[in-house]
Design a protein around this ligand. Structure first.
Ligand code: F6R
Length: 589
């Protein structure tokens, strides 16, 4: 959730950290801070609010750390902003120290005082107390006492041009360029800075010293780690539109096209055994990725005729799931760092299940713990609200469903012959955007709204509703059209907006009937469909979707809804890239 960076560089240390923090800001934007180490000791600038608040006279030093925060312990404030300082040490932290209260009580008993309410300050206090002249040993010994999740970068005044970092259940990579050495929460934030990257694994340390980066275990024993070039996929693209979310929506055709090309190159043979003989098939994910997982369930049950047990990751891990040896668990996560999804996958793995990951980040924790990983090619997604990654998740999951058909000798799905049509159809969906703008203008003052659908369209409805809640701050619910009469109808009154998605021709009339029922009770109705019959519909607002085969329509039908949410957000005066209370990568439970 927070972003951390550490840097040893000959020059421009401050501005490099600042620009890296700018690229990390999507991970949290409550407060930001930088500490630089020079012969005069630490210079620190930290402020509540965004990274832009740190601009000003550059601080001096060739070694530095920086942080962008998503508050867990303690409200956003200058004092709670990182870095935290104790004695000769400065520290930035991403994660949660679950036993911080006990550790803090111990420190208070010993007479320590605290400047912040954070769990992170406890770590740096412990390091300062553990220090006996060996910087690495002090950090390592303290990490052995921490429970929870952490990626930390620490500076020591006795050790110029040295940074000690540790990783456990929060992401951390190291990067090198011709004149600088980096550590950072993610690879895309180092684009334009580092030429090659290597990711740390849980329990590992990264030690920058004597102009070199070393990966080591807790005793300081060197671990071999290959640095590989920053890939095209990891590179952040220049933003040409006003917001990242808009940029990312307009990137959907490219993302689909690249993902499809990558899927066609993927050899699924290593999955053959798991796919052929899996006793049970599970799908686990959170948020938007969960809607994609539900669409996977629909598709596999329809095409492969086997049940899929689909769970939100946070529920899966605490309900003693019926997962066991020989089961196949499909874990879906854009970031590959979502704590609940990682824990769900770890739990399933510990019980002998085979983990197939669908993720957008090839170097992510999920990709490295999975038995097999299907890499989406959405490219870095910076806006907090997922858009292009959802379209690509659906594509990957439909592809995986087809592989299941193949390995289980079921008829290969007809939609596989139609995949190439997706990028052009996504581009055609942009043609609905001016109508979405009008719809948003009409509904911008709404207090709430329903999104309806049947079968796969319920997933699209749920995803549309999530986007509206997330960035426009309007209550919205995605609902099965057939469920309306079982309670929800009571909420319908004059002008209440009900948006329905109807992409299955055989169910079109049924969804339309539901819309008629709310319309006759005063609701304002909008209908989204590619079916011819939409032209005769009485809905107050009609959106004709570009047509692809029905099975693939969820990939296209969601695009106008994503844009509608974006316009609602803009018209209501909010920033879609930084919705309140949220952060992109939910690396804490
Ligand atoms: C919604 C959104 C979140 C994420 C969820 C899972 O727009 O972005 O609901 O989908 O936090 O994140 P990943 O896919 O990274 O596991």
């Amino acid at each position: 959730m927070c972003g951390i960076v550490g840097l040893v560089a000959k020059d421009n240390c401050y501005s490099r950290i600042l620009s890296t923090l700018g690229r990390l800001e999507y991970r949290g934007y409550d407060s930001a801070g930088i500490a630089l180490l020079s012969e005069k000791g630490f210079s620190v600038r930290k402020k509540k609010g965004g990274v832009s608040n740190l601009a000003g006279e550059p601080l001096a030093g060739k070694t530095g750390i920086g942080h962008t925060r998503w508050a867990t312990h303690g409200a956003p404030s200058d004092a709670n902003a990182h870095p935290h300082i104790a004695g000769k040490f400065a520290l930035v932290h991403n994660g949660i120290v679950e036993n911080y209260a006990a550790l803090k009580a111990e420190l208070l008993r010993e007479g320590e005082t605290f400047l912040s309410e954070t769990d992170s300050e406890v770590i740096v206090k412990l390091i300062a107390r553990a220090y006996r002249g060996d910087f690495f040993a002090a950090v390592s010994s303290v990490c052995a006492r921490l429970e929870g999740a952490y990626a930390i970068a620490v500076l020591c005044e006795d050790c110029p041009e040295e940074i000690v970092c540790a990783k456990y259940r929060s992401p951390l990579v190291a990067g090198v360029s011709c004149d600088a050495l980096y550590v950072c929460s993610d690879a895309p934030a180092l684009s334009g800075e580092a030429d090659a990257i290597a990711a740390a694994r849980d329990g590992e340390f990264i030690h920058i010293r004597d102009g070199k980066i070393t990966f080591c275990d807790r005793e300081g024993n060197r671990l071999e780690r290959a640095f590989t070039p920053v890939t095209e996929q990891e590179r952040m693209r220049d933003r040409r539109r006003g917001t990242f979310m808009e940029e990312e929506i307009f990137d959907i055709p490219r993302a689909l096209s690249d993902t499809l090309a990558a899927l066609r190159r993927t050899d699924f043979a290593p999955c053959a055994r798991a796919m052929r003989s899996a006793g049970k098939v599970f799908a686990v994910a959170c948020g938007t990725a969960f809607h994609a997982a539900l669409a996977f369930k629909d598709t596999v049950e329809r095409e492969v005729k086997i049940p899929v047990l689909c769970h939100t990751s946070s529920e899966f891990r605490y309900r003693d799931p019926l997962v066991g040896k020989g089961d196949l668990v499909v874990a879906v996560s854009q970031s590959g760092e979502t704590a609940d999804t990682l824990e769900a996958a770890r739990l399933a793995r510990s019980r002998g299940a085979y983990i197939l990951a669908i993720t957008n980040v090839a170097r992510s924790s999920l990709a490295s713990l999975a038995d097999f990983s299907v890499a989406m090619r959405a490219g870095p997604e910076i806006a907090v609200a997922a858009t292009k990654s959802y379209n690509c998740q659906l594509l990957c999951l439909y592809y995986v469903a087809a592989e299941l058909c193949f390995f289980r000798h079921t008829r290969y799905p007809a939609y596989m012959a139609e995949l190439s049509a997706l990028p052009a159809a996504a581009t055609a969906a942009f043609g609905t955007f001016s109508a979405m703008d009008s719809l948003a203008q009409r509904l911008q003052g709404a207090q709430g709204m329903y999104f309806l659908g049947r079968d796969a369209d319920v997933r699209t409805a749920a995803e549309g509703a999530l986007k509206v809640k997330e960035i426009a701050y309007v209550f919205a619910e995605g609902y099965a059209a057939g469920e309306l009469k079982h309670g929800t109808l009571a909420l319908i009154e004059d002008g209440f907006p009900v948006l329905a998605v109807a992409t299955r021709a055989d169910l079109f009339r049924k969804t339309e009937n539901a819309l008629e029922e709310v319309r006759s009770r005063g609701a304002y109705t909008a209908l989204f469909s590619q079916c011819e019959a939409i032209s005769e519909s009485c809905a107050d607002f009609k959106c004709r979707l570009p047509a692809v085969c029905e099975a693939l329509m969820p990939i296209i039908a969601v695009i106008p809804l994503q844009y509608f949410a974006l316009r609602m957000c803009a018209l209501r005066g909010y920033d879609p890239d930084k919705p309140r209370n949220l952060a992109k990568s939910v690396t804490v439970e």
